[in-house]
Ligand binder design. Structure first.
Ligand SMILES: [Zn+2]
Length: 241
């Protein structure tokens, strides 16, 4: 499976080039049946220098050995038995915790330019035409331009054209490198392509209620934090896969 990631050079749409390079580089590090290629829709007539770097950080792992010389005494406290009278009680009854005040999020963007979904898929079509991309290949536009439905990304009618919104990630993941949520979105849309037969089935098959699965819809956009932190796929989706 070949996947083309590209950006547009139009000023309000162009992703930070360093972020774009990092996303491509990160995805290319994973060797397997999906091959990632990089390109652009150039509206300026000149090609910017484009380089790829491979980074490999060595991580030193230390192991502590633990020795138990003394025989441990049994705990003195004894457990008790309790009875649940309903599933609801079992699921909801918990001891209380005191939670520290959360750190304030960065200020949300007050204004945002956006375009209809069709606009992004039209750019995908133009990219395909200009680069003679075969129909079976997948094409992703990475764009800072907002979209009318305010999604993180979506899939076009062809089932192989996509866009990912690349701006505002610092609002949802404070201090995180945005290459990771953007790369995650690319991979999740490919996963959905493999899971569902067509675009309609796909858009109906994602979870409206968040469960920490790659296929959570995230109606409330903050729920993306749960979805990405779990980095998981639920059993229902695994069965479909
Ligand atoms: Zn799922």
């Amino acid at each position: 499976m070949k996947v083309h990631l590209f950006y547009s050079t139009l000023p309000k749409e162009q992703i930070d080039l360093e972020v774009f390079e990092n996303v491509v580089d990160f995805l290319q590090q994973s060797k397997g049946p999906i091959q990632f290629a990089a390109g652009m829709l150039d509206y300026r007539q000149e090609m910017p220098a484009f380089s790829m770097h491979s980074q490999c950080n060595s991580v030193e792992v230390k192991i502590h050995s633990i020795s138990l010389n003394k025989k441990l005494a049994l705990p003195k406290q004894k457990g008790k038995i309790r009875t649940w009278f309903s599933a609801e009680k079992f699921q909801t009854q918990k001891g209380k915790i005191t939670e520290p005040e959360p750190e304030p999020s960065p200020d949300f963007p007050k204004r945002e330019a956006y375009m209809p979904w069709d606009y992004f898929f039209d750019q995908c079509r133009r990219f395909r035409e200009m680069n003679s991309v075969p129909d079976q290949d997948h094409v992703f536009l990475l764009s800072n331009m907002g979209n009318d439905k305010n999604w993180f990304g979506s899939i076009g009618p062809s089932g192989r054209d996509y866009f990912i919104h690349t701006a505002n990630w610092d609002y949802f993941f404070k201090n995180a490198d945005e290459q990771f949520p953007i790369s995650y979105e690319v991979v999740v849309w490919l996963l959905r392509h493999l899971m569902f037969g067509d675009r309609e089935t796909m858009l109906n098959g994602i979870h409206s209620k968040p469960k920490g699965c790659a296929n959570d819809f995230c109606q409330n956009k903050e729920e993306i934090q749960l979805k990405m932190r779990t980095a998981d796929v639920c059993q229902l989706c695994m069965d479909k896969l």
